[in-house]
Design a protein around this ligand. Structure first.
Ligand SMILES: [Zn+2]
Length: 68
């Protein structure tokens, strides 16, 4: 998760009601999401979950290839 720079501001929070709150943070996932201060914890949690999921896929791939 990264804090948006001044020139990057202008996005809306992905968790608040549409077009109510400007975002201050952006995740680093495949699906880009923005969050305000209030929702940055949620954004971080989803980002971690996504990373763990990716890791599991990689492990499964390794096991598949290991059997061949
Ligand atoms: Zn929000």
């Amino acid at each position: 998760m990264k804090k948006l720079k001044q020139k990057q501001l202008g996005h809306w929070c992905s968790y608040c009601e549409p077009k109510t709150t400007r975002a201050g943070y952006v995740n680093s996932g495949v699906v880009i999401k923005y969050s305000c201060d209030e929702h940055k914890g949620q954004l971080l949690t989803e980002e971690k979950q996504e990373q763990e999921r990716d890791q599991r896929y990689t492990e499964a791939d390794n096991q598949t290839w290991g059997r061949l």
